[in-house]
Design a protein. Structure first.
Length: 154
């Protein structure tokens, strides 16, 4: 990959892994079958005065909830009212679909070198698996999916 930097163009090797293949391998692993969370939920607790919403996993967060609810609401409107007078945006998920979330990040604490280049590993974790699995090192844990090159000023 060629990247313009100040008054020159630098060449960097880029490595990446196919996220689709990684996700399909996770989905087909029978050891993970009971741990998947595909339905978004909202959680509340009583603070002594009122019910307060809290989040503890990605499928309890607003983004997952809005994606899934918007899709289900749109499908419901179409199924019950034809094209209906409602003005809402359509999700691109197929009927019966649910979001599949990737958590992708570069780990700046793990600078690595390969050949004459340096870079940070780019990792992926699955948002639909519980924290103890997705942050673990075993089946269902994160995977290396790329390198973010370190651009030096020299």
């Amino acid at each position: 990959m060629k990247i313009p930097y100040e008054n020159e163009t630098r060449k960097y090797s880029v490595w990446g892994r196919d996220l689709w293949d990684w996700a399909m391998n996770l989905l087909l692993d029978q050891c993970l079958t009971l741990h998947w969370n595909f339905d978004s939920i909202r959680l509340f607790k009583w603070n002594g005065v009122k019910w307060v919403r809290f989040r503890h996993e990605p499928w309890t967060a607003n983004a997952m909830w809005q994606i899934q609810v918007k899709f289900e609401f749109f499908s419901l409107c179409i199924n019950e009212m034809g094209n209906g007078p409602m003005s809402i945006s359509q999700s691109s998920m197929p009927d019966g679909g649910t979001p599949f979330g990737f958590i992708i990040y570069a780990d700046k604490t793990k600078l690595s070198s390969f050949g004459t280049e340096k870079g940070y590993p780019v990792l992926v974790r699955c948002a639909q698996l519980p924290i103890e699995i997705r942050n673990g090192t075993g089946i269902g844990g994160g995977a290396l999916v790329g390198w973010l090159p370190l651009v030096s000023s020299q």
